[in-house]
Structures are given as structure tokens and as C-alpha cells.
Design a protein around this ligand. Structure first.
Ligand code: AMP
Ligand code: ZN
Length: 373
């Protein structure tokens, strides 16, 4: 079964064809990230206009080798994401599903991130040559840490479509925190890679930064797995906005100023080594905030494998810390499949189609910018 995936949730216009949920046949991504860099973050209006320009050429390129006749179904991102961006993907997919008479599957973007790790083979093409894929598909029960510019979520899967969201961020996503701290330090957007680079030179213990604590009694797990015992060991929520503010206050103090100094003036007042220390201390605190709940969840749910998905999975210090604790049970896919892509949409589309999940109505499918797993 060959599925065409379409992804347009944020600033990447992407299309991909995947066979049987595991063989990557094509993966095309047009990013408008350079257009947003000047603003230090994604501008929704610019993103939507870029999708409009790129979507048809991107789909053409993805389908070129396989041919429309061999596509069995279309899977499209329904949400969460930016409304203006989602509309372009969903309307294009609806039109194609009707015109080409293919079944249409609506996909949750965050759920799909986990499914990028199910790709284990690829076509013998020049464009896919550099992709390094896991050798085996992840095994259930599975713990998934989804960490990106838009999401921070820990999910326990007993099987396909049988999952419990153990916790998610109550405010900023971890990638967003990397991006905002980078902005404070005058580093380029997206901030994650830049922070990771300067953090290598800094002292991660130079500045003590706070980690969010929650009132466990108010902890509420949304579960769609009947029979999964409601757990008590861990509080799997995340929070990064306090950390971000703490970095701002620490930076102002290091620069010898008070809280009234605007953040955009800070970078010019900090030395290179001060920035390195701030980046390293922030990164250490952010990564510990991610890893502690993973350790508790592993103890509580005893997953066979752990999948780390999303752009922040690129962080090499995170990978080092996780491998220290869990060795080879942690599965990462290629970086080009960790950040937003359409192959993950196609893989989840395959499982929806092959496991009898309902198809969407191409005449009425709506976007859902606030879709939650
Ligand atoms: P995504 O939202 O999945 O497309 O991933 C983009 C996010 O991942 C942005 O917030 C980046 O700052 C972040 N990111 C990318 N590379 C790294 C890295 N090496 N360390 C931390 N964050 C990263
Ligand atoms: Zn994403």
C-alpha cells in the first residue's frame, strides 16, 4: 500500500510517499524558515503564502517516481498547527482525493511525529541516500517523547491507536524555549542548534536555574486506554516559561542591569563566555526537565522501546544523557524526519488505513488547529 502524505502545519510544505508504513519512497520539504528568520519566529501570514506557492510543486515532486496510479490513499495533517497553513494542506488534499478518487485520512501531527521512527527502509534514490533510518521498527509497549518547536509531550502506547498522553507542557514547548533563549543571547533562529553549539563551550553549572514543580494532587491523566491503571508515581507535565524568564533575569543580572532592561539590548552587553555559560546552564536545566519524567515513566510503564521525536531530538547532549540511562532502547530517526515532514503523516496514514480506522470525507474534512491526541 502506497500512501501520499501531505504536511503543512507550520512553516514546512512537505509531501512524501511511503510504502507499507515502513519504506520511504520520496520525501520533499520546502521550508520558509529563511523568510521567518528576520522576525525571530514563524510569521503565520508568511507561512500560509509560502505553502500556497510551494504545495503543488512539492506534491508533484513527491509523486513523480511512483506515479498517481500507484498511490492507494492520501493522508493529510488536520492539526494542530497554524490555521492559515493547515487550510492549504487540507484543501489541497481534499481536492486531490476527489479528483484522483483516493481515500483520504486525517492525521494528528503530534501523533505522526512518533511514526517517523517506523520507517526502516528507503528507495534506492540519490535524494534519500543520506537518510539514516533505524534498523528495526519500535516495539510496543512504547514510550514516546515528542519534543519540538510546538510540542512537548510524553505518551505511552500499548499498541497502535491505544495510547495514554501521560503529560504535556502547560505553557511553552521546549523548542520554543530554546528559540527564545537564543533570541535573548543574540543567536540566530531557529535557536536550538545555535544554543547547543555555544553550550559546548560553556559551564552547565555556572548559573542555577529553576525547574518547574507541580502540585501532584491536581494531576489529571487523559486516558483513552480502558483498563490502564491510573498511575500515581509520576507527574508527567512539563513547563518551560518560568525557565525562560529565569534565563532573562539571570542574563540581566550578569549584565549588571535590572529587570527593566529590554531583552533585545542584552546580547550586546554580554561577553562571549557569559553567553556560553548561560546557554549551557539553560540547556542542562531544560534537558533535565525532559529526562526526569522519562525515567519515572520507564520505571512505571516498563516500555520495550523509547522513541524520541521532534526537532529537539537532534540535541546531542540530550542523546548522550538518554543513552547513559537507557542505552540502545532509545530510537531516533534521521534528523530530516525528526523535524516536520510528510513521511510521518504517510506512515500514520498507512496504519489508519490498514487497521480499519475510518477515512475522512473529502467533501467536508475541516482543519483542527487545536487538535489534541
Ligand atoms: P520542529 O518543531 O519539530 O520542526 O523542530 C524545530 C525545533 O527544534 C526548533 O524549536 C529548534 O530550535 C529545535 N531544535 C533543532 N535542533 C535542536 C538542537 N540541536 N537542540 C535543541 N533544539 C533543537
Ligand atoms: Zn512538529
Amino acid at each position: 500500500m502506497k500512501i501520499l502524505g501531505i504536511e503543512t502545519s507550520c512553516d514546512e510544505t512537505a509531501a512524501s510517499v511511503v510504502e507499507d508504513g515502513k519504506i520511504l519512497l520520496s520525501n520533499v520539504i520546502a521550508s520558509s524558515v529563511d523568510l521567518h528568520a528576520a522576525y525571530g519566529g514563524v510569521v503565520p501570514e508568511i507561512a500560509a503564502r509560502s505553502h500556497l506557492e510551494s504545495i503543488l510543486p512539492v506534491i508533484d515532486e513527491a509523486v513523480k517516481e511512483v506515479g498517481w496510479d500507484n498511490i492507494d490513499a492520501i493522508a493529510v495533517i488536520q492539526g494542530p498547527g497554524l490555521s492559515g497553513s493547515l487550510i492549504i494542506g487540507v484543501m489541497t488534499a481534499r481536492t486531490l482525493a476527489i479528483a484522483k478518487q483516493k481515500p483520504l485520512y486525517a492525521i494528528d501531527h503530534v501523533h505522526a511525529h512518533v511514526y517517523a521512527a517506523f520507517l526502516t527502509e528507503k528507495a534506492n534514490s540519490l535524494t534519500l541516500k543520506a537518510y539514516s533510518l533505524p534498523k528495526e521498527q519500535p516495539r510496543f509497549p512504547l514510550l514516546a517523547l515528542i519534543i519540538s518547536g510546538g510540542h512537548t509531550q510524553l505518551v505511552f502506547f500499548r499498541d497502535h491507536f491505544k495510547y495514554t498522553v501521560l503529560g504535556q507542557t502547560v505553557d511553552d514547548a521546549v523548542g520554543e524555549a530554546f528559540d527564545k533563549v537564543a533570541k535573548i543571547l543574540g543567536l540566530p533562529y531557529p535557536g536550538g542548534p545555535a544554543i547547543a553549539k555555544v553550550a559546548e563551550r560553556g559551564n552547565p553549572k555556572a548559573i542555577k536555574l529553576p525547574k518547574a514543580k507541580f502540585d501532584v494532587r491536581k494531576f489529571d491523566v487523559r486516558s483513552n486506554v480502558r483498563g490502564l491503571t491510573s498511575h500515581t508515581k509520576g507527574d508527567y507535565r512539563f513547563s518551560f516559561s518560568g525557565l525562560k524568564t529565569a534565563v532573562l533575569r539571570a542574563s540581566q543580572a550578569i549584565a549588571g542591569k535590572d529587570f527593566t532592561l529590554p531583552s533585545h539590548e542584552l546580547a550586546g552587553l554580554l561577553s562571549g563566555s557569559q553567553k556560553d555559560d548561560i546557554a549551557a546552564s539553560f540547556q542542562r536545566t531544560a534537558l533535565e526537565t525532559l529526562i526526569t519524567p522519562v525515567k519515572i515513566a520507564v520505571e512505571e510503564f516498563k516500555p520495550t522501546d523509547i522513541v524520541v521525536a521532534g526537532g529537539v531530538a537532534a540535541n546531542s547532549e540530550l542523546r548522550r544523557l538518554l543513552s547513559e540511562s537507557f542505552e540502545n532502547r532509545v530510537i531516533y530517526t534521521d534528523m530530516k524526519l525528526c523535524t516536520d515532514n510528510a513521511a510521518m503523516i504517510a506512515v500514520l496514514g498507512f496504519y489508519k488505513a490498514s487497521l480499519g480506522q475510518p477515512a475522512a470525507d473529502p467533501y467536508s474534512l475541516e482543519i483542527d488547529p487545536n487538535l489534541q491526541m
